[in-house]
Design a protein around this ligand. Structure first.
Ligand code: C2E
Ligand code: CA
Ligand code: CA
Length: 281
């Protein structure tokens, strides 16, 4: 019986993988998915590079599609951005994060960072500030910090309204992380306008470690962040060699499949309860 169940699970996963390559979302289907709460948060931890303990978790959207399985955000976030659906989608995710974690957050290390990805369209939304304040208030038992990750792949236009919007977040004790650092539009003025607390070094740079002898690119991105007194999260760490190298460079945090893949809430919490920390998978 157990074997049959296992076989069915494996077949379903195989079907989902087969179909997901052919997945082509329509805006109406996405609207329905948001209304029916088929978009759910997955969680990928990141580790303190010094202690190896969980320091934070990043919320990554997944579409739990009845036919296609867990659909990657690359397949629907751009569609949501094009059709004004990113604001309701982010709101839905944040509500679900609160529901998933508010009774479990005490199991995580004190001061765990909870990181939410946003798009340019989320900026100026007054509801977003409300949602972040709400989240912060629900996680006070753990003294959690809420961090907003904004990608530098899409440019932001710094109007006075936008600066006020970011200032309001800062006033609410929400931190900012500049995501995909080194791949997009950021220059020093961009960093000083956003005033982030973290930068996330893109996996493109991390993937070069151990492949090429020439580490000048990743080294200079790390040096730049250090000179600006920003906390560094390296993303896409996949090998021990990469983790060792980044530890030697004394960066602050590491995230990647080497430590843990994005997980549904129940699995993340199970791992935290089982080990007190997420184990290398
Ligand atoms: P991101 O914010 O740069 O997230 C990191 C991506 O790298 C995630 O892909 C994650 O699953 C993947 N990743 C993590 N560790 C590794 C690794 O070791 N190796 C490799 N190759 N990949 C790794 P994912 O979940 O498919 O998300 C893709 C992008 O979609 C995200 O990139 C983010 O820009 C966007 N996204 C995800 N969730 C949301 C959301 O709720 N709102 C918005 N606006 N964008 C989101
Ligand atoms: Ca991110
Ligand atoms: Ca990134």
């Amino acid at each position: 019986m157990i074997n049959l169940l296992n076989l069915r699970t494996r077949m379903n996963a195989r079907f989902a993988r087969y179909f997901s390559g052919r997945f082509n979302a329509s805006v109406n289907a996405l609207r329905t998915a948001i209304a029916q709460r088929q978009i759910v948060p997955f969680y990928q931890p990141f580790m303190d590079a010094g202690t190896g303990q969980i320091a934070g978790i990043e919320v990554l959207a997944r579409w739990r599609h009845p036919l296609y399985g867990a659909v990657s955000p690359d397949a629907f976030i751009p569609l949501a951005e094009q059709h004004d659906l990113i604001v309701p989608l982010t709101h839905l995710l944040m509500q679900q994060v609160i529901a998933d974690l508010q009774d479990q957050i005490h199991r995580f290390p004190v001061g765990t960072y909870i990181c939410i990805n946003i798009s340019a369209q989320n900026c100026l939304d007054p509801g977003f500030e409300y949602d972040t304040r709400d989240m912060l208030s629900k996680f006070t038992a753990n003294q959690s910090h809420v961090v907003v990750e904004i990608t530098e792949r899409h440019p932001l236009h710094f109007t006075p309204q936008l600066s006020n919007w970011f200032a309001a977040l800062r006033q609410a004790n929400i931190s900012l992380a500049l995501d995909d650092f080194g791949t997009g539009y950021s220059n020093l003025s961009y960093i000083s306008a956003l005033n982030p607390e973290f930068i996330k070094i893109d996996k493109l740079f991390v993937s070069q470690i151990g492949v090429s002898e020439d580490t000048r690119l990743v080294d200079s991105v790390i040096d730049l962040a250090k000179n600006m007194h920003l906390k560094i999260i390296a993303e896409g760490v996949e090998t021990q060699a990469q983790a060792d190298y980044l530890r030697r460079k004394q960066i602050d945090f590491m995230q990647g499949y080497y430590f843990c893949k994005p997980l549904p809430a129940s699995e993340l919490i199970h791992q935290v309860i089982a080990g007190g920390r997420v184990l290398v998978s």
